[in-house]
Write a protein that binds this ligand. Structure first.
Ligand code: A2P
Length: 297
């Protein structure tokens, strides 16, 4: 079994580059998916309080028989838990559901532009959790550069990670550059473009998985389109967290460490950017989603 390369975060913590995603994985399928992923060789799982499957991640970890310290666990605080005390409590809820004393990476799920004070307070709580050793690293998700700039007016710890929508049809070069300038690792959500074909996300979608340019690159290497996208992320220094519940695809997405794309191939994939996001605009969130309450364990 190959070992996964790691990336050193800005506070020295080592994180496996390729993680296993469980966005939209139903709770009753999560343990099996996580167990399969860990047996395949993944050593990093990305979940979120709002996915409501943290306890499934805990079950999967247990089933795998791996030691706690062999797996890097990342989760996210949902916006309804923002505020200093609320976010400290959000850690307790997630840690209990995950069956962990310490979370490897805890990030804010998204900015709350209309309530940025609460976003700042939530981040201050993350800084406290970091100082107390309850988490090994902290970060953000779906932060545009102006959100990071605003956060850093009050923050003392630079986020280790900013997890954003990033696939060949939406590469966010300005976000990547701003993250890099601050020493923040860009982590791709929907790294193989699931957001471009998930049902219910709009009618005129083009699936990245059917892209002809990537298909031809994949054929040249005897790899799949998904494997090419994952290799593209890794070679450009990003973390990626592909989601699957299917054992064959879980294995396929992990089998990306034995080949290399050329500089020309990377450039051809970069050129596919449409500048059009598939997911929600971080500045135009639907306030009703703040009503989602994260249950007690
Ligand atoms: P499934 O769970 O049935 O495998 P993303 O992580 O970019 O959002 O993509 C996740 C989506 O892509 C899910 O719908 C997942 O479905 C599907 N998927 C995951 N891996 C692959 C793959 N190797 N080839 C095709 N589809 C995949």
């Amino acid at each position: 079994m190959s070992t996964i390369p790691t990336i050193t975060l800005n506070n020295g913590v080592e994180m496996p580059t390729l993680g296993f995603g469980v966005f939209q994985t139903p709770l009753n399928e999560t343990a099996a998916a996580v167990d399969t992923a860990l047996r395949t060789g993944y050593r990093h799982v990305d979940t979120a309080a709002a996915y409501r499957n943290e306890s499934g991640v805990a079950d999967g970890l247990r089933r795998s028989g791996l030691n706690r310290d062999e797996v890097f666990i990342e989760t996210k605080v949902w916006v309804s838990d923002y505020g200093y005390d609320q976010t400290l409590h959000a850690f307790d809820k997630s840690a209990a559901k995950l069956g962990l004393d310490q979370i490897d990476l805890l990030i804010l799920h998204q900015p709350m532009p209309q309530h940025f004070k609460r976003t700042r307070q939530a981040y201050q709580a993350l800084e406290q959790l970091l100082a107390d050793g309850r988490v090994r690293a902290i970060g953000v998700s779906n932060f545009m550069p102006h959100h990071v700039d605003a956060l850093m007016e009050s923050a003392t710890v630079v986020p280790a990670v900013n997890q954003v929508e990033l696939h060949p049809y939406f590469t966010q070069p300005a976000v990547q550059a701003a993250n890099a300038a601050r020493g923040i690792l860009t982590q791709a959500w929907s790294p193989i473009g699931g957001i471009t074909f998930y049902p219910g996300y709009g009618e005129d979608r083009r699936s990245v998985l059917e892209d002809e340019t990537i298909r031809s690159i994949a054929a040249a290497h005897g790899k799949s389109v998904a494997q090419v996208m994952l290799r593209w992320h890794i070679q450009q220094g990003r973390s990626a967290i592909p989601k699957s519940t299917n054992p064959t695809r879980i294995a396929e997405n992990f089998d990306v460490f034995d080949y290399e794309l050329t500089g020309d191939e990377l450039a051809r994939i970069n050129a596919l950017d449409t500048g059009r996001r598939g997911g929600p605009d971080p500045d135009e969130r639907d306030p009703s989603e703040w009503n989602l309450q994260i249950a007690e364990p």
